[in-house]
Design a binder for this molecule. Structure first.
Ligand SMILES: [Cu+2]
Length: 484
């Protein structure tokens, strides 16, 4: 009896959800654009705009259970085996978040779905502003995984059971590291068909976020966590960037569906009222993505003299530059894909935080890979290949990633506060700034010292550039996005 009633309840909930989907979305999909929705990085919204977005999301979860919001988590779970690790992954999630954006607009016309550029926060995601109490709140309470702060601290989940919103970060109490922007770009450059791109992107960068956040995000009811929409909006943007590199990519679609049929642009994206073809070009869905300009840290063309003369007051013998072995610095042998053990990683040495090098990304846990029936060698080979790109980027002379911690004075401040020292590694040279020295220098002094260090060590191999690693177009995209 319980079984039957729960089945009927689920079917009914889905039917209600579908009615809502049809009325809002078909209109949007079929009519020409009256206006273009601009999706912005959530940090570029004003406090007021951000609050309006949070409020609209909260409104979708008001009223008797299951709410409109609850049903979104149910829809995602019901489609779990069709829209993950199959060709529908990108188009289905695009349709799904577009439907969500329509629901937000039915509450407040001024709202577009923001995205969260997690690649920018990849090096210390746990310090991101999005977890602050007036944003999404942070990690769950270790006793029960319940999120107790933020704008969704009173959030009530309905599916799969009535409870609080869950998060359990790993490796706790930190998070990640996630994939850096250059690595995302490199994956885009080596993959020319969507099916190839998906093999890397869904399994690694996209999955790393779901798995390291734990709790609801790790489950197939992941839309329960409002973070889901910010994450998938960025996933969608990154796919759109990939599509824009070459005209042949816009409608690139193929592979085999979960039911064994060949994937086709005419396939329906159930239960959403779209076929794959409808969503391939975001122009036809009447939205676009605004870049997230943050500027750059170091311009290698700046003359050494300028930096030296300006730095007299911060010069000291208390920080040191050491020559490290090629392997430790992540220097690459030509074509080598073998994993290099980087002992300077901030994850292995809690007392020294690396300011320049990008850290190895979160690895997908073995037990999960086995449980899902994936070929572990295949996953590890792709991880090794993406890590190869990371090390190549680290070895670029004078180059500083927009995601490097040196770009984040507020994070440096945090690490000084908890008593960390710092390292800044560039190829075979490493600047070491001890705890006491770091406290004397402060974030600005440290940044100044690192600029000086870079100016002296930028000419080891002046001919290699980011474009050599990720390609010219991907480099241009990255520069456009970050305003570098
Ligand atoms: Cu999903």
């Amino acid at each position: 009896m319980r079984l039957i009633s729960s089945f009927v309840g689920r079917a009914l909930a889905l039917a209600i959800a579908l009615t809502a989907v049809t009325t809002v979305a078909t209109l949007e999909a079929k009519s020409p654009c009256h206006s273009v929705r601009v999706r912005r990085e959530i940090r570029t919204l004003s406090n007021n705009e951000r609050e309006r977005f949070f409020n609209a999301v909260r409104k979708l979860n008001y009223g008797p259970k299951p709410t409109v919001y609850d049903r979104l988590a149910l829809i995602h779970n019901n489609q779990r085996d069709i829209v993950h690790f199959y060709p529908q992954f990108f188009p289905w999630h695009r349709a799904f978040i577009h439907h969500f954006e329509n629901l937000l607009q039915s509450i407040d016309k001024s709202i577009t779905l923001p995205y969260f550029d997690w690649a920018y926060d990849s090096q210390a995601p746990e310090l991101s502003v999005v977890w602050k109490p007036n944003w999404l709140g942070g990690e769950g309470n270790p006793a029960n995984d319940c999120v107790t702060d933020g704008r969704f601290s009173d959030w009530k989940i309905f599916y799969p059971n009535f409870r609080c919103l869950n998060r359990r970060w790993s490796p706790g109490p930190r998070l990640g590291p996630w994939y850096a922007p250059e690595v995302l770009s490199a994956i885009g450059t080596i993959t020319h068909k969507l099916s190839q791109y998906q093999k890397y992107f869904e399994m690694l960068p996209h999955n790393a976020i779901h798995m390291s956040m734990g709790g609801d995000m790790q489950s197939m009811y992941s839309p329960n966590d409002p973070f889901f929409w910010l994450h998938h909006s960025f996933v969608d943007k990154v796919w759109h960037d990939w599509q824009s590199v070459d005209p042949s990519r816009m409608y690139s679609y193929g592979g085999t569906n979960s039911d064994g049929t060949p994937a086709d642009l005419s396939d329906p994206l159930k239960p959403l009222p779209y076929i794959v073809h409808d969503v391939m070009d975001i122009k036809h869905l009447c939205y676009e993505y605004e870049p997230f300009p943050i500027g750059h840290f170091f311009d290698p063309t700046v003359k050494k003299d300028t930096i030296d003369s300006a730095s007299n007051d911060t010069r000291s013998n208390e920080d040191t530059v050491e020559v490290v072995s090629a392997a430790k610095a992540g220097k690459l042998e030509k074509g080598g894909l073998t994993a290099v053990n980087i002992s300077t990683s901030m994850w292995e040495d809690a007392h020294y935080v690396e300011l320049l090098d990008l850290s190895p990304a979160y690895t997908i846990p073995s037990d999960w890979i086995q449980q899902m029936g994936f070929d572990e060698n295949d996953v590890r080979a792709r991880e090794a290949q993406t890590d190869h790109f990371r090390r190549q980027v680290n070895s670029l002379p004078g180059y500083v990633s927009p995601a490097a911690l040196i770009m984040r004075p507020e994070h440096i401040e945090h690490f000084i506060h908890i008593g960390s020292g710092f390292t800044a590694t560039k190829n075979d040279r490493r600047l070491i700034i001890g705890t006491v020295r770091a406290q004397q220098l402060g974030p600005n002094g440290i940044r100044h010292r690192v600029r000086e260090f870079l100016a002296h060590h930028s000419a080891i191999d002046p001919h290699r550039t980011l474009a050599d690693i990720i390609g010219k177009q991907a480099e241009a995209k990255m520069k456009e996005h970050f305003g570098m």
